[in-house]
Design a protein around this ligand. Structure first.
Ligand code: FEO
Length: 170
């Protein structure tokens, strides 16, 4: 492959973000497994879908790099958190990952602006919009889990969570 035309700082940020998205996919798979183990099939299905979305986000960045003549650089992915005590803790973990992801996306964007890298800016504008959605469902998830204060309410929420959080997107 020819030498990358992407400014070095932007390239480093894009590679970092690519690996963060892969880490998010890994973490959502861990959340799906934890929920399955807890017989929370609805939440498991939601987190499994989310893992696929994160893989899609990683693919989008990887394709951008490839289209600009650059081989994406994969790094090791940290072990995901798996030891949740409650569903609320799991939901809060998802929310804090999304908040962290928004900071990461903003950092890529700021670097692309400083470097006048217009293609990376446009790519990141898609992600900036996406993070508005991601943070919205994460906040809704935490609020709904907090509101489900008895076992019956939690089972009912589990049955409907995919539709509640993803219904309008599909
Ligand atoms: Fe790739 Fe959850 O944002």
């Amino acid at each position: 492959m020819p030498k990358s035309k992407i400014p070095a700082k932007v390239l480093a940020e894009l590679n970092r973000q690519l690996n963060y998205e892969l880490g998010a996919a890994h973490s959502y798979r861990a959340l799906a497994l934890w929920c399955t183990d807890q017989n929370l099939k609805g939440f498991a299905a939601f987190f499994a879908q989310q893992a696929n979305e994160e893989q899609g986000h990683a693919n989008k960045i990887a394709q951008h790099l490839l289209d600009r003549g650059t081989l994406p650089e994969m790094t090791a992915i940290p072990a995901p958190k798996q030891d949740f005590k409650t569903l609320l803790e799991a939901a809060q973990h998802a929310q804090s990952m999304e908040q962290g992801n928004t900071q990461g996306i903003n950092a890529v964007y700021e670097t692309a602006v400083a470097a006048k890298d217009y293609p990376a800016q446009v790519l990141m504008q898609w992600f900036i919009n996406e993070q508005v959605e991601e943070e919205a469902w994460a906040a809704e998830m935490v609020a709904r889990v907090e509101a489900a204060t008895c076992g019956g309410a939690l089972l009912d929420l589990d049955r409907h969570i995919v539709k509640l959080l993803k219904g309008e997107k599909e």
